[in-house]
Ligand binder design. Structure first.
Ligand code: PHE
Length: 468
C-alpha cells in the first residue's frame, strides 16, 4: 500500500492512471496553442530541433528530480522543500504562487475554448449561438470584450476543474485522465488527418519538417530562449505539479521510465498539434497565416473551420473539445498543487484534512482573480493595465516568465550543492529500478540545466522589457 493512503491526499491506483494524469498535466494549452504558434513565429524546423534537444537534455533531468523529491517526502511542493532543504525551504512557495497565477489566466483561456466548442456546435446545428455571419476576427473580438460571457465561461471551466479535484487523486484526477487522454489523442488524429489533406497543406508540413537552419543565423538566441520557456511550461516543470504527482507514486514505480514516457508523449502531442494547426493555417493563407502568433488558435483556425464547408463545424467541435480536455487535465494538476499544500499542512498539525472543502476554496480563490482577467478581455474592455501590461500578460510574465525559470534554476542549485545527487539516485533505484543514465543526468543537472536556465531568464526579462 502507498505510504499515504489513509490520508485525504490519496494516491494513484495504477501505473497507467498515473501516466495519463502526468501526461495530462503536461499536455495542455502549451502544446496545442503555444507550441504551434511559437513554432510558427520562430522558424518552424529550427524551433523544433532546439526544442527536441532541450526536452532530452533538460526536461528529462528536471522531471526525474521533481518526481523523486515528491516521492521521497510523500508531500507536495511546499512540504517537500520544507522537509528536505535548509537553505531553500521557501522554494515550494515559489511553485505554489506560480501555480496560482497561472491558473488565474489559464482558466480564462480554458473558458474561451469552451465558448469555441459551443460556437462550432452552434454552427453545426445552425443555432444562434454559433458564429453566424460574423467573421472569425470579429467573433473573437466581440466575445473577449463581452465581459459577462467571458466571466461565465471562465467560471464554467473552473467549476469543472474543481469538481474533478474534489473527487480526489484516484477517484477524480486519475479516472478523468484515464478516459479523457486517450480520447484527446484519437480526436487529435482525426483533426491532423483533415488538416494535412487540405489543399496547400503540404507547405505547412514542409515548414515544420524540412531541414532549414536559416532562422538560427539571425535569431538563434531568441529561438533558444523561446523554446526553453515553452519546454518548461509544456512539461509542467518548476510549478510543483510533478513534485505533487510524484508524491502519489508507489515506491516500486520506475521513475526513469516515467521521466522518459511523459516528455516523449508530451512532445509527440505537441508535434501532432503542430500538424493539426500549421498545415491548416498554411492552406488558408500561407506562411503569413501560420505566423499569426497567439491569434492562431482562436482566429486563424476558426477561420479554417468556417472555410471548410459543411464538415467544418464538426472538425471545429472535435478540435475545441480536445483543447478543453487538454486544458482541464493541466488545470487539475495546478489546482492539486495548491490543494495538496493545505492537506499536507492539516496533516502536519494532526488535523483531519478535508479534500472537498479545500479544493473548493482553492478554486474559489482562483476564480476571484480569474474574474478580473476575464473581464479585462485581453485588454479590450478599458480595464486599467498593470505596469503597462494587460492582466493576462502580466500574470504570465510573473509566473511563466520569471518565477518558473527562477524556480527551476534554484532547484538545480539545491540538488547539486545542498541535497546531493546520490540521494536522488537512491530514490530512483528503489523498487529495483535501474538508473543507467545517471552520469548523463548528473552532468546535465550540474552544467547544462543552469546554463540553459540563465539564458531563459535573461531572454524572458529582456523580452518583457525589464532589462531595458
Ligand atoms: N503543461 C501545461 C500546458 O502545456 C501547463 C502547466 C504548467 C500545467 C505547469 C501544470 C503545471 O499547457
Amino acid at each position: 500500500m502507498p505510504h499515504n493512503s489513509d490520508l485525504q491526499r490519496g494516491a494513484f491506483r495504477s501505473k497507467f492512471g498515473f501516466l495519463m494524469a502526468a501526461i495530462g498535466s503536461a499536455v495542455g494549452l502549451g502544446n496545442i496553442w503555444g507550441f504551434p504558434y511559437k513554432m510558427g513565429t520562430n522558424g518552424g524546423f529550427a524551433f523544433l530541433i532546439v526544442y527536441l534537444f532541450l526536452v532530452a537534455l533538460v526536461g528529462f533531468v528536471i522531471l526525474i528530480v521533481e518526481l523523486s523529491l515528491g516521492r521521497t517526502t510523500g508531500k507536495g511542493a511546499i512540504g517537500s522543500y520544507m522537509e528536505l532543504s535548509r537553505r531553500f525551504k521557501w522554494l515550494g512557495w515559489l511553485a505554489f504562487l506560480s501555480a496560482f497565477f497561472i491558473m488565474t489566466f489559464y482558466s480564462v483561456l480554458g473558458g474561451y475554448c469552451i465558448r469555441y466548442a459551443v460556437a462550432n456546435f452552434g454552427n453545426l446545428i445552425g443555432a444562434s449561438f454559433g458564429t453566424g455571419q460574423t467573421d472569425a476576427g470579429n467573433f473573437f473580438a466581440s466575445f473577449i470584450s463581452n465581459q459577462s460571457a467571458s466571466i461565465i465561461y471562465t467560471l464554467v471551466f473552473m467549476i469543472i476543474t474543481a469538481g474533478i479535484v474534489m473527487k480526489g487523486v484516484s477517484g477524480g484526477i486519475e479516472s478523468f485522465s484515464k478516459t479523457a487522454m486517450p480520447l484527446l489523442f484519437v480526436m487529435l488524429l482525426v483533426v491532423v488527418i483533415r488538416s494535412v489533406t487540405l489543399p496547400g497543406a503540404v507547405e505547412g508540413l514542409r515548414f515544420m519538417f524540412k531541414p532549414n537552419l536559416e532562422p538560427f543565423k539571425t535569431n538563434f538566441f531568441k529561438v533558444l530562449s523561446t523554446a526553453s520557456g515553452q519546454m518548461f511550461f509544456s512539461l509542467s516543470l518548476a510549478m510543483g505539479a510533478m513534485i505533487t504527482y510524484g508524491s502519489y507514486l508507489q515506491k516500486t514505480d520506475n521513475i526513469v521510465r516515467d521521466a522518459v514516457l511523459i516528455p516523449a508523449a508530451d512532445t509527440f502531442i505537441a508535434i501532432l498539434a503542430g500538424m493539426a494547426v500549421l498545415p491548416a493555417a498554411f492552406a488558408l493563407g500561407g506562411e503569413g497565416a501560420a505566423m499569426a502568433g497567439p491569434k492562431l488558435l482562436f482566429i486563424t483556425l476558426q477561420h479554417v473551420f468556417e472555410s471548410m464547408g459543411s464538415t467544418g463545424p464538426l472538425f471545429g467541435l472535435i478540435f475545441y473539445i480536445l483543447v478543453i480536455i487538454a486544458a482541464l487535465t493541466s488545470a487539475i494538476s495546478l489546482v492539486e498543487v495548491i490543494t495538496a499544500f493545505f492537506l499536507d499542512a492539516a496533516d502536519a498539525r494532526g488535523k483531519k484534512a478535508n479534500r472537498k472543502l479545500t479544493a473548493a476554496l482553492v478554486s474559489l480563490s482562483i476564480m476571484l482573480v480569474a474574474v478580473v482577467v476575464a473581464a479585462d478581455g485581453l485588454g479590450s474592455t478599458g480595464f486599467p493595465a498593470i505596469m503597462g501590461y494587460i492582466w493576462l500578460d502580466f500574470l504570465d510574465l510573473l509566473s511563466e516568465g520569471i518565477m518558473m525559470p527562477l524556480g527551476a534554476l534554484l532547484t538545480a542549485v539545491f540538488i547539486s550543492f545542498e541535497y546531493g545527487l546520490p540521494k536522488i539516485a537512491a530514490e530512483v533505484k528503489l523498487g529495483n529500478s535501474r538508473f543507467a543514465s545517471y552520469s548523463f543526468f548528473a552532468f546535465s543537472l550540474k552544467f547544462v540545466v543552469p546554463a540553459v536556465l540563465l539564458l531563459v531568464l535573461y531572454g524572458q526579462l529582456k523580452g518583457f522589457g525589464l532589462l531595458g
